[in-house]
Design a binder for this molecule. Structure first.
Ligand SMILES: N[C@@H](CCC(=O)N[C@@H](CS)C(=O)NCC(=O)O)C(=O)O
Length: 200
């Protein structure tokens, strides 16, 4: 298996998952700051010119959450996916798709425009545009985590990797400051050795 990516990007979502599984993989750095992700060689792998790209044999993923789902199924003995047909499996699908389709954009854009970009390139309009979605997502997660250690119950699953990746960015942007359940949840995720190996 091979992962192409750049630190801090959704590459970390797949890396974290691989580390949780203890799965062997090769890592290829794509120098995004120099535009390597827009060069023909990378566009062959990812037609939109983004990272990450994840390959398992001749199977190629350009969606980080799809790679996470695939990896959870590939290593069933690690029990990072609840049983098919169970209530927990329903929650698992819900949260992973929610991470990809709703939470990511709000968290990533907020993080970019509050933390990552040089001050002169930050836009308060972008932050404000995403603020309602991010606030709603955090209150939804606050409720989901009330009395529950992880999103699908008391067992850590790949849904926690998918959501945790984006929630970390929201936290870095100060969006969890009054969200006690989410804050405590992020602390639990950060205490995991696999998380530490990726995020240092
Ligand atoms: N839905 C994709 C999003 C991929 C994506 O937008 N990657 C960002 C970094 S996190 C990127 O490559 N941005 C550079 C660009 O779009 O030029 C996934 O989850 O893998």
């Amino acid at each position: 298996m091979r992962l192409y990516g750049f630190p801090g990007t959704r590459t970390f979502r797949i890396r974290w998952m691989l580390e949780e599984l203890g799965a062997p993989y090769e890592y290829e750095h794509v120098e995004v700051t120099k535009g390597a992700h827009k060069q023909p060689a990378h566009l062959e792998l990812h037609p939109h010119g983004r990272v990450p790209v994840f390959e398992d044999g001749d199977l190629r993923f350009i969606e980080s959450c799809a790679a996470v789902l695939h990896l959870a199924d590939k290593y069933p003995e690690q029990k990072l996916a609840p049983a098919v047909g169970s209530r927990e499996r329903g929650l698992y699908y819900q949260f992973i798709v929610y991470a990809a389709s709703t939470l990511d954009d709000a968290a990533v854009q907020t993080y970019f425009h509050k933390v990552l970009l040089p001050v002169e390139r930050r836009s308060n309009d972008v932050v404000e545009k995403h603020a309602p979605t991010l606030a709603t997502a955090i209150s939804l997660l606050e409720r989901a985590l009330q009395g529950s250690s992880y999103l699908c119950g008391d067992a850590f699953t790949a849904a926690d990797v998918a959501v945790g990746y984006a929630l970390n960015l929201a936290d870095q942007a100060g969006a969890l400051d009054t969200a006690d359940n989410s804050k405590a949840y992020m602390a639990r995720l950060r205490a995991r050795p696999a998380y530490g190996r990726v995020y240092g």
